[in-house]
Design a protein. Structure first.
Length: 265
């Protein structure tokens, strides 16, 4: 058993704080950017694509904006609509927390589509690259969730349980670490092994990301406390599980299309 005593603030200058959560976003984007360019360069050298890798640098700004806007609006709509409907100005107070992965995903898809149309490059080519490296950002994000003592798990007597004193004195599942392992490390290993195969068709990695993330998230949700303002929908499913199940369905549809090589151009 571990008693959580981690400080979410790395450095406090009084007038300015550096938080682990902010650093998680920075580390995730930088790591994803670096690995993504390695993948693109590999594909260029192997003749898989004809592409100027510098174009991907321009996409990063679209992704960053899309994550912030999509993640925030996703949280507002999916997780706390009634509160923000009554307090609309609080939508802009992102420093107080409240971001949704599924909202960020929708934002990134829209932002990438706009960029792909602008540069006239295959939309799913970009999505495959982004899908491969996204687990890196997810990993850092879940570690930051653990440091913050948020998105904690259900009570358990397992020896690796964690007590979050800011919540209560009950030993709980470190569900944030489960998600870091499943949605971060394991998902990345699977996708990176697929994306480097020359025979992998365009759209396959995107579909696998949707399907596997959705599955891993649903598994992790079984150990995680539901959001207190929502609880369980229909007394059975958390919002995260419902959104992740939708991801699986969309992923299966994309997989069928990609298997028929419909996203090749």
């Amino acid at each position: 058993m571990y008693i959580h005593d981690l400080n979410p603030i790395l450095i406090n200058f009084g007038f300015f704080e550096i938080r682990w959560y902010s650093l998680a976003y920075i580390f995730g984007i930088l790591a994803g950017w670096w690995v993504a360019k390695k993948i693109i360069i590999f594909k260029i050298k192997n003749g898989t694509v004809i592409f100027d890798v510098r174009i991907f640098d321009d996409l990063i700004s679209y992704i960053i904006v899309s994550i912030i806007i999509g993640g925030r609006l996703g949280y507002v709509i999916f997780y706390n609509y009634s509160y923000f409907f009554e307090n609309p100005l609080d939508i802009f107070k992102i420093w107080q927390g409240g971001m949704s992965f599924h909202g960020a995903l929708i934002g990134v898809v829209i932002g990438t589509y706009i960029f792909a149309k602008k540069v006239e490059i295959n939309f799913f080519f970009f999505l495959d690259i982004i899908g491969t490296v996204a687990p890196l950002g997810i990993f850092f994000g879940r570690i930051a969730n653990f440091i913050n003592g948020e998105l904690f798990g259900k009570p358990t007597n397992f020896f690796w349980s964690v007590i979050f004193p800011e919540v209560d004195k009950i030993p709980r599942h470190p569900s944030q670490l489960y998600e870091a392992l499943l949605e971060g490390i394991i998902l990345f290993i699977i996708l990176i092994s697929v994306v480097y195969k020359k025979e992998t068709k365009t759209g396959i990695v995107s579909s696998l990301f949707m399907i596997l993330y959705g599955f891993f998230r649903i598994v992790a949700e079984q150990f995680r406390e539901p959001d207190i303002q929502i609880g369980y929908l229909f007394n059975l499913f958390s919002m995260g599980s419902i959104l992740s199940f939708s991801m699986i369905l969309i992923g299966l549809y994309i997989l069928k299309k990609a298997s028929n090589n419909e996203f090749a151009k």
